[in-house]
Design a binder for this molecule. Structure first.
Ligand code: NDP
Length: 480
């Protein structure tokens, strides 16, 4: 059986204590590979490699950093099919979707490769008296921890800016989806990334992830994952005064006003509900619809959902693949039960799906639509992160905002209206880091990315990421 090793100092290595964890294929429910079960000793080894490489990497010209990161992007593109197949098998997402995401991972490297060349710092003049300039220096050795839903995409979203700014990185992908991060090591060597600049350590979050966060010399942690994990990480890292970027959970609303383009709102809401089995932090899981169009929206939405085939992630016609793990599968099903207890009426799905032959033990859930729930019940307040959405009617703009802003989260929101003034008003009043008007998941990598409230602290993307991964130092020169 294939063994996924750590990638430290440019070499693939077993964990120091030689432990292994099972890695499952969610489509079949079977173990298909083993991953290194790393601990503090592996973090120490990775740290030593990163520390040894750091000064040289920081002093590498930005043009050379650009060339290497850009080459990584090219090699990911060249190997798109291999990566996408690996991602689909590891995560359960449809292969066609994995292909898009691998392309986006390459784009992350390309984008931050060019950022390395463009990044500049500020100067502040005190007229006739002095000048200040800001040095933006690499932090040193930084830690990146990513989740299982968009494995290589989110992994690269952190690693690329960290490397572009001259840091050396210790990165941990989710233990549930380690495969494409592991393939990345080979590509980094081929692209000429010096040994030790990127180190990939596998294993359990509470064990090796915790060791990384607790390491006194890893000076910054960029984390994407659940809110409770983020809270735990902050409790360790904050007293050590580490720089922290936390991209956490969401419970995003789609607000559909009566004056919207209904057909587009329906089609996009189906996507934002069920793409990647609803396992995208930006998915809209609460669809709020103005009363006068509630029935027509509901009818069209349910009609559209009939087209979503649940099936083998490797088949081209599959729209909804497998749920990433047995634990997550059970969690989503338990929320369907909760919704029923809370008085919810299931209009579509509401059950698991058993496929045939090799796939009969895989973890599949039918796209589920629930109505008749109050906006403040648990189903409408807690993050479920699966193929389950609720439809809730509202009367006025004010009521829509009350509902939308009622959760402890504030990551993203999608607003549907053809009234320009209303679009601006609602965008300004929504408590979230990202607002889409008449669209969803339209991403420009230069824009700030992240959430407010329990959805996180700090922003990724563009200059925000370049600034996060550098330490500003002000130099003040007095004129003679
Ligand atoms: P988790 O918080 O469970 O895990 C995220 C990562 O943290 C994994 O690599 C995990 O390792 C690791 N980890 C777990 N415990 C610790 C610890 N004590 N110390 C250090 N690292 C730890 O999240 P999921 O993987 O379940 O991902 C789903 C969550 O991610 C959802 O809440 C989703 O909303 C959020 N998310 C947020 C995004 C955003 O941009 N705001 C984007 C995508 C997802 P292991 O897998 O081994 O447990």
């Amino acid at each position: 059986m294939q063994r996924i090793q750590n990638f430290i100092d440019g070499q693939y290595l077993d964990a120091q204590e030689l432990g292994w964890l099972d890695n499952y294929n969610p489509a079949t429910g079977k173990v298909y590979s083993m991953i290194a079960d790393s601990n503090e000793a592996d973090i120490e080894l990775a740290y030593a490699a990163a520390k040894a490489a750091q000064k040289d990497w920081e002093n590498t010209s930005s043009e050379n950093r650009f060339k290497i990161l850009n080459r990584i992007a090219e090699l990911i593109d060249i190997n798109n099919t291999e990566f996408a197949k690996a991602e689909s098998i590891d995560q359960g997402k449809p292969f066609w979707l994995a292909k898009n995401e691998i392309t986006r991972a390459a784009q992350n490297f390309r984008f931050f490769a060019t950022s390395a060349m463009q990044f500049s710092s500020e100067s502040h003049q005190m007229e006739g008296f002095a000048i200040n300039y800001t040095l933006r220096q690499a932090i040193g050795v930084v830690g990146c921890i990513s989740p299982w839903n968009l494995p290589l995409y989110l992994f690269s979203w952190k690693i690329a800016p960290a490397l572009a700014t001259g840091n050396c990185v210790i990165a941990k992908p989710s233990e549930i989806t380690p495969m494409t991060a592991s393939l990345l090591g080979k590509i980094c060597n081929e692209a000429g990334l010096p040994k030790g600049v990127l180190n990939i350590v596998h294993g359990l979050g509470p064990k090796v992830g915790n060791a990384m966060v607790s390491h006194p010399k890893i000076k910054a942690i960029s984390f994407t994952g659940g809110t409770s994990t983020g809270k735990h990480i902050a409790s360790i890292a904050a007293p050590m005064f580490k720089k922290l970027s936390l991209e956490l959970g969401g419970k995003n609303p789609n607000i559909i006003f009566a004056d919207c383009d209904l057909e587009k709102a329906v089609k996009t809401s189906v996507q934002s509900s069920f793409l990647n089995q609803g396992e995208i932090c930006l998915c809209g899981s609460r669809i709020l619809v103005q009363k006068s169009i509630f029935e027509s929206f509901k009818t069209a939405f349910l009609e559209e959902i009939k087209k979503l085939k649940v099936g083998n992630p490797l088949n081209d016609d599959t729209k909804v693949g497998a749920i990433v793990s047995k634990m997550h599968f059970d969690k989503v099903l338990s929320y369907i039960e909760l919704a029923k207890q809370e008085g919810g009426k299931i209009l579509a799905g509401g059950h698991s799906v058993q496929l045939e032959d090799d796939l009969k033990d895989g973890w599949y859930i039918a796209p589920t639509v629930i109505v008749n729930l109050s906006y403040d019940c648990r189903t409408n307040q807690e993050e479920i992160f699966g193929p389950l959405v609720t439809l809730t009617p509202f009367d006025t703009e004010e009521e829509a905002l009350t509902m939308a802003n009622s959760t402890e989260y504030g990551l993203a929101c999608s607003v549907w209206t053809n009234d320009l003034n209303k679009a601006h008003r609602v965008a300004a009043s929504i408590e979230s880091g990202i607002v889409w008007i008449n669209c969803w998941l339209l991403r420009d990598l230069r824009t700030p990315f992240g959430g407010v409230k329990y959805s996180g602290v700090g922003r990724e993307g563009g200059l925000e990421a370049m600034r996060f991964f550098t330490e500003p130092k002000n130099v003040c020169i007095k004129y003679n």
